[in-house]
Unconditional design. Structure first.
Length: 218
């Protein structure tokens, strides 16, 4: 699972690998450290209500649980980041157009996190895969790449159609909601690479005697 794979011009294969690695990683860490959240569900449907008549059936990649739920969303995008996939969602009732899904997902997740009415989750984590393909032609983003395109400003933006509901749901004006989102953004959103996962294994004595392997990983 940790080996780089060939890249065929589509990202589904890398995304599937990333998903499997993260499920295995989160499960194994929870087995050796009882303070770590356990894997509760995979590709789980969670309803996010925008208002009394409009809601969103959100499919969460991995749901973790300790005292409350943590939603873990995984994204596999190649560099340079395609900004056409990070378009602003214009808001309900219209369905997101091509390239608006990522913004809709993040806006909805953070709105639910900040909800005053018993939110479905207590923690939100988004991870972009940092990878290097076997032929070295393709790679995933670093944290600096996310900051370079101002991903926080892109994903924290409140759609015009949702401004009044942000106030009702979070008891904050949409401007304050956006500022809070941007201030917390990089504590929720980051990159995940194989070396970091293997370092966690090493720190938890799961790769005892294999320290050299860590340095061999791209």
């Amino acid at each position: 699972m940790f080996s780089p794979i060939k890249f065929f011009g589509r990202q589904q294969k890398y995304g599937a690998q990333f998903h499997l690695v993260m499920v295995a990683y989160k499960h194994l860490i929870s087995q050796v450290d009882s303070s770590q959240p356990k894997v509760k569900a995979i590709e789980a449907s969670r309803k996010i209500a925008f208002n009394s008549v409009t809601s969103y059936s959100r499919e969460v990649d991995i749901v973790l649980t300790n005292e409350g739920e943590e939603w873990l969303e995984l994204k596999s995008l190649q560099m340079p980041l395609n900004k056409s996939l990070l378009k602003e969602w214009t808001g309900y009732p219209s369905k997101p157009k091509r390239g608006q899904h990522i913004h809709k997902e993040f806006f909805s997740d953070f709105l639910e996190l900040e909800s005053e009415d018993e939110p479905s989750l207590q923690k939100l984590s988004w991870r972009f895969q940092q990878f290097v393909s076997q032929d070295k032609k393709y790679k995933g983003p670093k944290t600096t790449d996310l900051k370079k395109i101002k991903l926080d400003e892109r994903l924290c933006k409140v759609p015009a159609a949702a401004k009044s509901d942000v106030k009702k749901k979070t008891d904050n004006e949409h401007v304050a909601h956006t500022k809070t989102c941007e201030s917390l953004f990089y504590s929720m959103v980051g990159v995940q690479n194989t070396k970091a996962i293997m370092k966690d294994f090493l720190d938890n004595n799961l790769l005892e005697g294999m320290e050299d392997l860590i340095n061999a990983v791209e």
